[in-house]
Write a protein that binds this ligand. Structure first.
Ligand code: PMP
Length: 299
């Protein structure tokens, strides 16, 4: 991904995409002292930009460092990078990390760097194409106890568990993994939160007490309530999954993604999932006609 045209905002300047480099002795590379965001651009505008920027600041705080740019400065830098790269429907990746001035676990005085990269990433799938549903394997790796890691931070170190889980799931022919938490409760997928439509007609979703309370999760809870659904946040055990009538994931990249299988249990994405996909598309202001694009779906 490093060999392409474009510019990346890097510590206050726009630099050529191929030149946006760090030193091999960067603290973040050795000790995972980095935090990041994943944001989506619809019609040239980042959906919920300030919430993402606030979470970036909060993730850094939880990791014990302060980003040397304010929320407003970071938001303004987004405008610069989106315009410079002419992004209309895309993805943005802000990243903050401890630099390479000193080597060692502490390196408290190392510079805190900030980069913001953005690239065009249109959505190819119509609501109907997305209704096929993805397959999730239940991971052996679990989300950690909040006493073991700053679990509310969108911190690179916590993604080691996600990568391990996703690789194993993919090797076994699944699209993604569902991770349980340290207590054995249902937690989340490797880059998205999870919801279950249960036989009581309500949407059930795990309490985000040891994993990310996604911005999309909160948006979809609001949309579900607006649509007259009841949403229950509670501990969910894996034994309950089989009863679910519909299952879907939520995330900035995933948006609302129907789930067709978890382990050996299968589900048929239905009316509630479809309703929320459409409500989310409206909320983000998606204007391109995805139904017409269904036959051109990439991979
Ligand atoms: N959990 C994990 C592990 C994630 O990486 C993401 C994506 N940021 C989410 C949940 C969903 O968060 P959001 O809706 O804010 O994108």
């Amino acid at each position: 991904f490093d060999d392409r045209d474009g510019t990346i905002w890097f510590n206050g300047e726009l630099v050529d995409w191929r030149s946006a480099k760090v030193h091999v002795l960067t603290h973040a590379l050795h000790y995972a002292s980095s935090v990041f965001e994943g944001e989506r651009v619809y019609n040239g505008t980042v959906f919920k930009l300030t919430e993402h920027t606030e979470r970036l600041h909060e993730s850094a705080r939880l990791m014990g460092f302060q980003i040397p740019y304010s929320i407003n400065e970071i938001n303004a830098a987004h405008d610069v990078v989106l315009k410079a790269n002419a992004i209309s429907d895309g993805y943005v990746r802000p990243l903050a990390w401890r630099g390479s001035e000193m080597m060692g676990v502490s390196a408290q005085k190392n510079r805190i760097n900030l980069a913001i990269a953005a690239w065009e990433w249109p959505s190819y799938f119509s609501p109907e194409a997305r209704m096929a549903g993805i397959k999730l394997a239940i991971s052996d790796w679990r989300r950690p106890d909040p006493a073991c890691a700053p679990v509310q931070a969108k911190a690179a170190g916590l993604y080691m568990i996600c990568t391990l889980s996703k690789h194993k799931a993919e090797q076994e022919g699944f699209h993604d993994a569902l991770m349980l938490d340290w207590r054995g409760r249902v937690a989340e997928a490797t880059g998205a939160n999870i919801f279950f439509l249960m036989p009581d007609g309500k949407l059930h979703t795990p309490v985000p007490d040891c994993f990310l309370d996604g911005i999309t999760r909160r948006t979809v809870i609001g949309l579900a309530i607006e649509a007259g659904l009841e949403v229950v946040e509670r501990p969910i055990m894996p034994e309950e999954i089989a009863q679910a009538e519909e299952v879907f994931l939520t995330g900035t990249a995933a948006e609302v993604t129907p789930v067709g299988q978890i382990g050996n249990d299968t589900f048929t994405p239905g009316t509630v999932t479809r309703l929320l996909i459409k409500a989310y598309d409206r909320a983000v202001g998606r204007t391109n006609d995805l139904t017409a694009a269904a036959s051109t779906s990439a991979s």
